[in-house]
Design a binder for this molecule. Structure first.
Ligand code: PGA
Length: 248
């Protein structure tokens, strides 16, 4: 357990600019600013400007994007580059979220390019890894996570010290209401920690997958669980404020 766990919200494709303004009006009322250094919001890119305005009085809360393309500019219709995300107020980016990998077919090679681009631009990476239920049942959970993580570590590892986080999110726990048991989560976090070389040993390892106000404390009590990445339960301001307070 970390003394200062990270609480990261992944809004996915929810909350456009108006809903973002309303969210933060209520969330800021409901949350003490003592946790601000520990909070990240991965909002839809089109909502970054609204989020930035809403957070003008609480600038220690950090904003991020949910995906980027690795080239800085060019003929890539529909994509957003890291410099663009940065200029719009993002200081971090999710890479390799399970929905990117499984819905949009993102490959490990692509996650490597994205991580490199994010780090080269000075932003923080949150690299998401995790196995499917089939892989877990076939006793391939650790092998899957290793295969997602090692190529990134080899490509950008040491250079990234201090500027990235890893989020372990078992695919079968995302948005399903099923959570890994604290024991299973801790075991995978120990495995991930074991893959990190010395300069990266302090990389925060977050857990994600149906984290809620009622289970956050038991997860954060575990060794090597340094924070949480929260989807569904981050969409309601009162509930997410409760979750952060429960885990703090
Ligand atoms: P969930 O999503 O909390 O709704 O399971 C987590 C995530 O996808 O990051």
């Amino acid at each position: 357990m970390s003394a200062t766990p990270v609480f990261a919200a992944n809004w996915k494709m929810h909350h456009g600019p108006a809903a973002t303004r309303d969210f933060f009006r209520d969330f800021l009322d409901a949350s003490a600013d003592s946790l601000d250094d520990q909070l990240f919001f991965f909002v839809p890119t089109v909502s970054l400007a609204a989020a930035r305005r809403a957070l003008a009085g609480r600038p220690r809360i950090r904003l991020g994007v949910q995906n980027v393309f690795w080239e800085p500019a060019g003929a890539y219709t529909g994509e957003i580059s890291v410099p663009m995300a940065s200029a719009a107020g993002a200081v971090a980016a999710l890479v390799g979220h399970s929905e990117r990998r499984h819905v949009f077919g993102e490959t490990v090679e692509e996650t490597v390019k994205k991580c490199r681009a994010v780090l080269e631009c000075g932003l923080q990476v949150v690299l998401c890894v995790g196995e499917t239920l089939q892989q877990r049942r076939a006793d391939q959970a650790e092998a899957t996570v290793t295969a997602q993580l090692l190529p990134v570590l080899e490509a950008v590892g040491g250079r990234a010290a201090g500027r990235w986080m890893i989020a372990y999110e078992p695919v079968w726990a995302i948005g399903t209401g099923e959570t890994a048991t604290p024991e299973d989560a801790q075991q995978m976090h120990e495995h991930v920690y074991g893959l990190l070389d010395e300069p990266l040993k302090r990389t925060p390892i977050l857990y994600g997958g149906s984290v809620k106000p009622g289970n956050v404390a038991s997860l954060l009590e575990c060794r090597r669980i340094d924070g949480v990445l929260v989807g569904g339960a981050s969409l309601d301001p009162a509930s997410f404020a409760t979750l952060c307070a429960a885990g703090a």
